[in-house]
Design a protein around this ligand. Structure first.
Ligand SMILES: Cc1cc2nc3c(=O)[nH]c(=O)nc-3n(C[C@H](O)[C@H](O)[C@H](O)COP(=O)(O)OP(=O)(O)OC[C@H]3O[C@@H](n4cnc5c(N)ncnc54)[C@H](O)[C@@H]3O)c2cc1C
Length: 435
């Protein structure tokens, strides 16, 4: 049986490898000239940058973590996370609720007071369960943490009002912190949050793309790059998958590319399904990569919730993840800016974005512009799934159609879910185990 895998990002390549190990005949069809999707990296002038935003390897899922670490064995740097939030000109420990002692006293009071009041109200049954993401933030963290950090940061990254987002994707992902930790954090006793990420791995050489290359190694000869799928039909039990010039035949078709790219390839998609796909919300990413002479702060990455600081929502310092990604005496910086497809940022020229980011970094005293020795701007059209309140209804319509059509959906933008690399690999492992 021959399986065609549409898309050669992390999901498509992992799927191809695991199916190949089971003895299946596979072909991976990737539109771009390089595989890797969001997990691509570029090396230039001695700097290596992840072009789909800064990536790190971590997971709560021990089987998946073991798989990823095995793939980069011999090429791994282990790191302790030292992440901060840039708030009112100060570095606050991340997660915000674990960094309350870094706040000005009035904000610290607002955060502890708001948390305790909300916790008591919830325990007394005075609060109804949250019905949207904004309500969930207040319900979980109280007014202070919600208004100082959670709401501004989330509205900045999602580019979407939090009261129009569903809370389905955070439930279970972000628990309510224990009150003891909030008190300790406010009086300056060190506590850690998101401990599954407190130690992370990164490839020493090659950036995050080293992970996908290692996964792809045994199946390289089954990958077709530059094959942009634009038509999919079924004749009897055979799938015919075309890029306009050539047709690949297969018995099974698995999609790991965005569903927004899949549906136009299929003839006679019902209007209800097309409308549901058009209504799905997602963000694009603009990624500014900068190489400088000299050091950067000893921080893994930095969240920037305040709008007045700049459009950037996160700055990472990958030369702290691997000592091989910048030349000696130099450091690497990545600034990420999310935006909605077709908005003002989408049409801003690269030099304008770069100018803005460099000014912001200079203002924050992270660099001096005359230290810059390398810069580039990368754009990723599909970066984040946005869970608006209509998400559940729309995605169900599309999944039902794809399931009836016989095309399996695996991966971040095929499943259209907030899946990190570990979530994608878990989906692949589960699919392969069930197939
Ligand atoms: C800013 C940012 C930071 C992140 N950081 C982390 C992190 O630190 N740790 C972590 O675990 N995860 C992280 N992630 C998530 C991680 O990048 C994704 O989970 C993973 O890369 C998704 O892989 P995928 O193969 O499912 O999708 P993609 O990488 O999107 O791959 C889809 C592939 O389909 C191809 N394609 C599209 N259309 C066609 C077509 N018509 N024909 C053929 N091919 C097509 C694309 O070119 C692409 O190669 C981050 C994501 C972002 C946006």
């Amino acid at each position: 049986m021959k399986t065609a895998i549409l898309g050669g990002g992390l999901s498509g390549l992992t799927l191809a490898r695991l199916l190949h190990e089971k003895g299946d005949d596979i072909v991976v069809l990737e539109a771009e000239s390089e595989v890797g999707g969001l997990c691509r990296s570029k090396t230039s002038q001695g700097f290596t940058f992840d072009t789909g935003g800064s990536h790190i390897i971590f997971s709560r899922d021990s089987e998946v973590l073991e798989f990823m670490r095995r793939m980069i064995a011999g090429n791994e740097q282990r790191n302790n996370r030292n992440t901060k939030i840039f708030y009112k000109g100060k570095y606050v420990k991340y997660p915000f609720e674990n960094g309350l002692s870094d706040l000005p006293p009035e904000d610290r009071f607002a955060c502890v007071n708001g948390f305790v009041k909300m916790m008591i109200a919830v325990e007394k049954g005075e609060k109804t369960a949250p019905s949207n993401f904004r309500e969930w933030i207040y319900y979980t963290f109280g007014t202070g943490i919600a208004e100082c950090y959670m709401i501004p940061y989330n509205e900045k990254i999602w580019k979407f009002p939090t009261d129009l987002m569903s809370c389905q994707w955070v439930e279970g992902r972000i628990p309510r912190p224990p009150v003891e930790d909030i008190i300790k954090s406010a009086i300056g006793i060190s506590t850690e949050g998101y401990t599954h990420q407190a130690i992370f791995s990164y490839p020493l050489d090659g950036g995050i793309e080293a992970l996908v290359h290692s996964i792809a190694k045994p199946i390289e000869k089954f990958i077709r790059t530059g094959f942009r799928v634009n038509a999919i039909t079924k004749t009897g039990s055979r799938w015919m998958i075309s890029n306009g010039d050539e047709v690949i035949q297969a018995d099974r078709c698995i999609c790991t590319m965005p569903i927004q790219h899949l549906l136009p390839c299929i003839r006679s998609v019902p209007a209800t399904v097309r409308n549901a796909a058009d209504a799905l919300k997602y963000n694009s990413l603009l990624c500014v990569t900068i190489g400088i002479k000299g050091p950067v702060p000893d921080i893994s990455w930095l969240y920037i919730p305040e709008h007045h600081v700049g459009r950037t929502n996160r700055i990472s310092f990958p030369s702290g993840y691997s000592c091989h990604v910048a030349p000696d005496g130099c450091s690497a910086i990545v600034a990420e800016i999310t935006h909605q497809p077709g908005d003002e940022v989408a049409t801003l020229p690269d030099y304008e974005i770069l100018r803005e980011v460099l000014e912001m970094l200079q203002e924050m005293q992270i660099l001096n512009k005359d230290q810059v020795v390398f810069s580039s701007v990368e754009r990723m059209p599909f970066a984040y799934v946005v869970y608006d309140c209509e998400y559940k209804k729309n995605i169900a319509i599309i999944r039902k159609f794809c399931s009836e059509t016989g095309i399996a959906l695996v991966g971040r933008f095929a499943q259209f879910e907030y899946l990190n690399m570990d979530g994608c690999i878990r989906s692949v492992m589960d699919y392969v185990a069930a197939s």
